[in-house]
Design a protein around this ligand. Structure first.
Ligand SMILES: Nc1ncnc2c1ncn2[C@@H]1O[C@H](COP(=O)(O)OP(=O)(O)OP(=O)(O)O)[C@@H](O)[C@H]1O
Length: 274
């Protein structure tokens, strides 16, 4: 079954319907204003991490210390640094998997002149998609469709909701270049590059505003690496992407801003040493 043709037909039956779509009021970098108003509004939004410190519960040392970072929408940020410096820990905070000990993570709107436009909004986990290192190791389902919808809360859904879900699947598969694969295929039978595409699609179905990727090229052969880099180049046109990686040279052309995570958990903006 082709993804583009099959998405609607493949939507789960009513008895096991899914709820992947976030409440409309909290979606997008948009503020709480109406969608129509947002469309005519100029300006831009950016992710702002302000003085974030993190100390795991029950421990005595901070893993992250007063982290500041801002990333404008539809741009590509990269965090690099030595192993164990705290890069993944920061991604986990941004994804809402753990909470900062102090500081805030929010979205701030600006007008065209760079002046604040309204209050900042806390970044909620529903607005973030995260792809962990070696995501294919966590594939559990027997088919691509089940993998994409796996873990979604199950509840009664109306036809409109199902149509939206089918559309989200179709859009996600189109944007990662998977529109020709069969939704019945075993995810483990896909090539290395296609598995990474699938992992991205799984996140994109939920229409996140911020996409976090931990070592997206790790473990891939040269061809698949080039494939994923090209994909990220395309995704950047419509998404805000923050990557943690040691593969600086390959990602360099896509990078708008970069930071070095230093041992001791402080972050410093720095151009890539390539
Ligand atoms: N909950 C925790 N409690 C105590 N220490 C932790 C906890 N989580 C992570 N650490 C430690 O924090 C440090 C930072 O880990 P993290 O995985 O964020 O580093 P990293 O920069 O992403 O490393 P790598 O490049 O190897 O992936 C490590 O020494 C790790 O063992």
């Amino acid at each position: 079954m082709l993804a583009s043709a099959a998405a609607a037909a493949a939507v789960p039956p009513a008895s096991t319907s899914y709820s992947p779509v976030k409440p409309s009021g909290s979606r997008g970098w948009r503020t709480s204003r109406s969608r129509r108003a947002a469309r005519v509004e100029a300006g831009y939004s950016q992710l702002e991490v302000r003085k974030v410190t993190y100390r795991p519960p029950g421990t005595e040392h901070n893993l992250l210390n007063e982290i500041n970072l801002s990333l404008r929408e539809k741009s590509f940020g990269l965090i690099f640094g030595r192993s164990g410096s705290g890069k993944t820990t920061l991604l986990q905070l941004l994804a809402g998997l753990s909470e900062p000990t102090s500081g805030s993570i929010c979205i701030q709107k600006y007008d065209d002149s760079g002046n604040l436009n309204g209050k900042s909004e806390m970044l909620t986990s529903q607005r973030v998609g995260i792809v962990f290192q070696f995501p294919e190791r966590y594939f559990l389902a027997d088919t691509v469709l089940e993998e994409v919808t796996f873990g979604w809360p199950r509840q009664k859904a109306d036809l409109l909701f199902k149509e939206q879900l089918a559309l989200n699947i179709q859009n996600a598969f189109n944007s990662v270049g998977l529109k020709t694969i069969s939704l019945d295929e075993d995810p483990q039978s896909l090539s290395g590059g296609f598995k990474r595409r699938l992992a991205l699609a799984i996140q994109l179905v939920q229409t996140p505003d911020l996409l976090l990727l931990d070592e997206p090229l790790a473990g891939l052969d040269w061809k698949a690496r080039a494939d994923v880099v090209n994909l990220l180049k395309d995704l950047k046109k419509h998404h805000t992407i923050l990557v943690v990686s040691h593969d600086l040279r390959e990602l360099y052309p896509q990078v708008d801003r970069s930071w070095r995570m230093q041992m001791g958990g402080s972050l410093k903006e720095e151009t890539l040493p390539v």
